[in-house]
Design a protein around this ligand. Sequence first.
Ligand SMILES: C[S@@+](CC[C@H](N)C(=O)[O-])C[C@H]1O[C@@H](n2cnc3c(N)ncnc32)[C@H](O)[C@@H]1O
Length: 251
Amino acid sequence: MRKPVNADPRWELTQADCEVAMASIESGSVDLVYADPPFATNLVQRGRSAAQAYDDRWSGIPEYLDFMTPRIEDMHRVLAGDGAILLHCDWRTSHHLRLVLDRVFGAERFVNHIVWRYGLGGSSPNRFARKHDDILYYARGDGRWFEPPMVPSTSRKMAGQLKKATDVLDVPSINNMAAERTGWPTQKPLALLRLLVNACVRPGGTLLDPFCGSGTSLVAAVDCGRRAIGIDLDPTAIEIARERLEAATSV
Ligand SMILES: C[S@@+](CC[C@H](N)C(=O)[O-])C[C@H]1O[C@@H](n2cnc3c(N)ncnc32)[C@H](O)[C@@H]1O
């Protein structure tokens, strides 16, 4: 069951396993699921303080997929007929999750394999340095709301002009000094989430983030005039997300 920690009509937050909390979300009531689950790094992901951490250790990919599959089925159930999912992952699991999404949503519902290119970090002497995440975009049905995001053109001919974004999104990751940094591990940048929300959720529509962490997608949604539903297992994450959402909606 969902027992939200707040009563603001623009957003709700629940601390629970998302499989449990999603069971009480009405079928067909959500316009976009943005899901940024643990990536199967086999690490305890640690943030700024001891309380800012979550466990991302698995016995192997089969256990990870046994965890993800019923939750993806529930994300599919709660989506409206013209809704869509953005599933954020990386090289460790994107090929496995693509097959799960093909089965649950239908291979014909595949829209994009978006690459979030973040640039920061070191290089590697042994291979091409890994500098991107993968965001798998699938539609729930035939129709789907989409407003192409406009980004600065990189061609010399169109210098200073905007062009429609491609499936490679260049957005810097959050640097250590950034004001938006909360200390929660693997926090995503607001600029990336604002771009995705504006592109993929109709104004006034509802976004569900079942692994909301510090609440980045929820803050982006309310900033952009959408309704946000967030779920996370961890009480510290929920507290951080609540503070961010209260600040975002107090003005
Ligand atoms: C990659 S992080 C999300 C980061 C988030 N997008 C942000 O910007 O802060 C994954 C989150 O999944 C949460 N999580 C892990 N297992 C969960 C479960 N069964 N139900 C809900 N949340 C879970 C973790 O606590 C963690 O906050």
